[in-house]
Design a binder for this molecule. Sequence first.
Ligand SMILES: N[C@@H](CCC(=O)N[C@@H](CS)C(=O)NCC(=O)O)C(=O)O
Length: 206
Amino acid sequence: MVVKVYYFNVRGLGEPIRIILSYGGEEFEDIRAPFTGIPSPLPPEIKSKCTWGQVPLVEFDGKKLGQSLAITRYFAKKFDLVPKDDFQAALCDEYVDACRDFSSSWMRAVLEKDESKRAEIMKEIYESTKERFLSTFNSIIEGSGGKHLVGDSLTWADIYLFHSVTGIPIVNDNLDDFPAIKSLVENVANTPKIKEWLKKRPVTVF
Ligand SMILES: N[C@@H](CCC(=O)N[C@@H](CS)C(=O)NCC(=O)O)C(=O)O
């Protein structure tokens, strides 16, 4: 089976899918629509495939699945990145949602075209979100044994946290202030199949 992954040529909502598929050793075709800023028009041949008119979308085995969370949860289950225990699985859902809230906080900066203004906005957003998200994630990892957000093995929540913090330069540059997140990020980046993907993935702005 080769999975077709349709998304824009950015990390955004598509990258956790690409990372999870890479982790699972699943071959995938990385189909990227040009990203020309927000909003970017989707080429009609892609848009017409999408049930909700938006990407990401995956196709495999004659099946089609849209909505980023449905896609990542599906493959995370397939590759044992969702704990068997229902409560632990729910905690993963909670942390994935929190990662997505954190990622959404940066939208105002992403939309700013003037680079010096964007840097200022990034600083503001960093200052106003670091306690709520970064300190909290840091404490959760510490409380869970220091290596993962949930339990003692890699989950899709760890992959979302990796994705959310490494996609934002100002967060990445300040990870020394959040040592448990920093160590989780290093562990995810050094997971062999993920490491291979990170080495070969296209370099994009977001
Ligand atoms: N709830 C959807 C949101 C999808 C979404 O917002 N997709 C955007 C790209 S991030 C898109 O396809 N924009 C192009 C368009 O709407 O034509 C998900 O999580 O997959």
